[in-house]
Ligand binder design. Sequence first.
Ligand SMILES: [Zn+2]
Length: 113
Amino acid sequence: MVRKRSGRRNENRKDKANSSVVQLSNIINSPKEYRDRIRDVAARDLLKLGKKHGTRGNSETNSSICRMCKSILIPGLNVKIRIRDKSVISTCKRCANIKKRGPTFHMELNDND
Ligand SMILES: [Zn+2]
């Protein structure tokens, strides 16, 4: 008889969340294979997972998602990118959210929490 210990459940859930993050990141990073709408949904799910389980995609994936309207930022399409004082300033055209990045990219990780 196989007994399931309740202590393992959380671990499994986190494992599942982690593999979902990998999957969603793949979708987000494959604009040629997936349509924008699907990638938007993936972005939303990725942020949701991050909030729920404390898991997140790599910083590159995270930085290409608008935190306000949760859509994928595509340079030249729905995001305006400017470089000023060594910082990358991206403005989402959908919700006008402005995000600054750099020159110390580590700063961004602390920023989002
Ligand atoms: Zn936005």
